[in-house]
Design a protein around this ligand. Sequence first.
Ligand code: FE2
Ligand code: FE2
Length: 411
Amino acid sequence: MNPSDNNDKIKDNLIEVKVVNPGHRFSMDLFDSEGNLILQAHTPISQGVINHLKSSGIQYLYFDPSKKGAAESVPAQKNILSDELRNETYLHTKNLFEEIRNTFASSPGDSISRGTIDKSRTLVDKIISDTEKNGDGVFDVVAKLKDMDDYYYQHSMNVAILASILGSRLDFKSDIKSAMGVGGLFHDIGYSSVSKDILHKAQLNDSEFDIIKSHTHVGYKFVEKNPRLHEIEKRIILLHHERGDGEGYPYGFDLDMYQNNVPREVRLLGLIDVFVIHTMPKPGEAGVTPGGAMRLMVNMIQAQYKTKYSFIPADVRDFLRALGFIINKGESFLKPGDLVRISTGEIGIIEEMNRLYPLNPKVRILKNSRMETLKRPIVLDLIKTYNEYVSNVYDRNPDGKYTISSRNNAT
Ligand SMILES: [Fe+2]
Ligand SMILES: [Fe+2]
């Protein structure tokens, strides 16, 4: 169907479900009449979602009329990964998790089998060459989940794909590119030792949460002596939840230890993990748009201004440079007009984006670091002062007030 045919049916802030076909994308988030997010902007709607809407008797989807413009049907963008390869990756990840859960149950002293490691490496090589060919494509994390087991398969699959792409985009050597992808597939294998009762529970008490956290070192013990795995892959399994603010695990490193003892590749995989966690919610939880997730991640660089860094700015910069456009439908997640705080403590409005370095735009400074309003705003080009960067992004609330978005769970 031509997108314009569909636009005729979009009026009065609503869209009729019966005119929507699989693969359609819209320029705005779509909600049901209760306000539940049904489809994120620019995400293709699947047959499964359409069936679900029809079987639930939902006839209309609504978009937020407070946002400018109407929700238009937009042309599909090329996916960076073919559907066939995505399906193959999904099936492989599912088999992998099932095999490892069986091994944990029957012979916990064993490790991942040689055949499974070889297959994983071949698959990651295919992902790398496929995505290197489709340089300007986009990647959707959004998935239709069958159940909680499926959540973990799809989570690991998405992390593996993004890690493979990031390795290529940052020109890592070929063995390291492969280690990023395979490490992505394996990073959460420790969950296979956790009972499904706990894994599927919505609210966890402290001791249950400790069991969840054990997935890092239990997973590591499982692969520690396996000669077929790269050292980076083993470190990814052990250290992907470490942060620079002392609140990560299993060790709770401080910034120095994080910077020096967690390899850059592992820190970057940790960032990808956080992005996927935010954009692919568990069944029944609310998700965040890709752009929203990246804003949150920027705000996590400095969890507390000037004292604690969850992430190292250079890593966030690398993550955004490698994946920013791919995961946000070819668009920048920051825009001229956004209110930001820069690392010097000054506050201003973005005037012009720097395409490859979104943390280094031109900013019109309105307030100095003592929060005094400047009589004459000055414009700083942060690409020229590379060590200064956007360290916080403000979201404008419906009441017109600005807040720094944060989300501490799931990190
Ligand atoms: Fe994890
Ligand atoms: Fe994970």
